[in-house]
Design a protein around this ligand. Structure first.
Ligand code: AMP
Ligand code: MG
Length: 417
């Protein structure tokens, strides 16, 4: 982040940096083993469990990239037009069976197999036709407008490597190989629940001091987008016995467990004791805002991500720490890079040096230049700021405020949430 203009003396903070936390998590997790065979269409969004090997060349034959005439370059005079006799036609799916000899041409359509003897295709726009004679200008080069067999994929080569997520391009590519069934990783199973005595589930009236549980809905959305099998375990009150029972059940059902709430300083104690009894979990104080407290570890065979309770902090810590770990667990390889783009701050951004901050912003083109504006309310409980924004403005630890007009780095929500 050296190209932003956020400058101030680095501030010492004993808590873990975002980069260190991410590295620690990624160093621990490894891909699930299970896989299944699916018909091609059903594999959309899934992750390949094995390489896809090309069973034949793609394209299978040398063919024309344009509509025009297949010729031999040796037939042409060095200058001016050369008249060639049109001896037949080649269509996609209906090849010309003869040879193209000297002084001959074959009318050819895009995708038609290149006739034997031809070494170039001349686009029809530069030619002139009189009855069975076509006039070809000089200067045609061997190989022009020809797609060679295997130029897309050679037979026996790895068309797609294990770990690739199957998107629209991959569906088409696999179909182009004639493959109807694919070996994909099973879906990752992720259980999640909210903790807090103040939480009420939607559909019930709110009691005094109660709020509706929103985190489970946000997580439902995030995990569905990830392609996981989601296991919603509801709201768990702030009671050790209830927490223990739910965690134990979740650990049996899922590869990963995501909890929200209960990891902040005031609440961590009983949760710490409970988690210590059930597994190995570290409690971190991250050098970030929002999303400072976080727990990470293992309960039985399931990885645990204990996220903070504040709704925006949930989305920050999920995207910055849990998402890539879930990607790796799912078998995705490589884990997608998350680009930070440099854009101009449209307004002054207040910040104290010390923590890395993830502000909510809106990137837009203003007079042809990309700028980012902070959303009005940056409170970590204000979920509306996530809905209004289209990016996180990521301000590094040492940044001590950004004047309007200076560069900052943003992480677009597109592809992230
Ligand atoms: P905690 O981390 O449990 O101390 O919670 C921090 C803040 O987030 C508190 O104001 C909670 O009421 C709020 N909060 C916790 N869990 C949820 C939830 N599932 N939905 C909405 N707000 C929550
Ligand atoms: Mg709580």
């Amino acid at each position: 982040m050296t190209d932003t203009s956020c400058t101030a003396n680095p501030v010492e903070d004993p808590s873990l940096t975002a980069a260190a936390a991410r590295d620690r998590i990624l160093a621990e997790v490894s891909p699930i083993i299970g896989h299944e065979f699916l018909p091609l269409r059903a594999a959309l969004g899934r992750i390949l469990a094995a390489d896809i090997i090309a069973p034949h060349d793609v394209p299978a034959h040398d063919n024309s990239a344009m509509d025009g005439y297949a010729i031999r370059c040796g037939s042409l005079a060095a200058e001016g037009e050369t008249p060639l006799t049109v001896v037949g036609s080649a269509f996609a799916g209906n090849a010309f069976s003869g040879q193209v000899g000297n002084g001959q041409a074959v009318r050819i359509m895009t995708g038609a197999v290149l006739p034997a003897g031809a070494d170039a295709v001349v686009v029809q726009e530069v030619t002139r036709r009189e009855a069975t004679v076509v006039f070809i200008p000089a200067g045609q080069q061997p190989d022009q407008n020809i797609r060679r067999a295997g130029e897309d994929l050679a037979r026996g080569s790895v068309a797609l490597a294990a770990g690739k997520r199957i998107g629209p391009a991959e569906l088409g590519l696999i179909a182009s190989l004639g493959i109807a069934e694919v070996d994909v990783k099973r879906r990752l199973r992720v259980a999640f629940f909210s903790t807090g005595d103040e939480l009420t589930s939607i559909g019930k009236p709110l009691g005094p001091g109660q709020i509706y549980d929103s985190n489970r809905y946000t997580l439902h959305g995030l995990l569905h987008q990830l392609g996981a099998e989601v296991i919603d375990m509801g709201v768990v009150p702030d009671q050790p016995a209830a927490l223990e029972a739910t965690l134990a059940e979740a650990a049996l059902l899922a590869d990963a467990i995501i909890t929200t709430g209960g990891v902040s300083v005031g609440e961590a104690d009983f949760i710490k004791e409970t988690l210590a009894r059930l597994g190995q979990v570290n409690f971190w104080k991250l050098n970030i805002k929002p999303g400072r407290p976080m727990a990470f570890g293992k309960i039985g065979k399931a990885w645990l991500f204990g996220l903070p309770g504040n709704p925006v902090a949930v989305m920050v810590s999920y995207t910055q720490f849990a998402l890539d770990a879930l990607h790796r667990l799912s078998g995705l390889d490589p884990i997608p890079e998350r680009p930070l783009l440099t854009v101009e701050a449209a307004n002054f951004i207040k910040k104290q040096a010390g923590r890395r901050e993830y502000l909510r912003g809106t990137v837009a083109a203003v007079n042809g230049r990309w700028q980012v504006k902070t959303t009005v309310n940056q409170g970590s409980g204000v979920l509306r700021s996530m809905s209004e924004a289209n990016c996180f403005i990521v301000l590094p630890e040492e940044c001590a405020g950004v004047p309007a007009g200076e560069n900052v780095q943003v992480q677009l929500f597109e592809g992230l949430i």
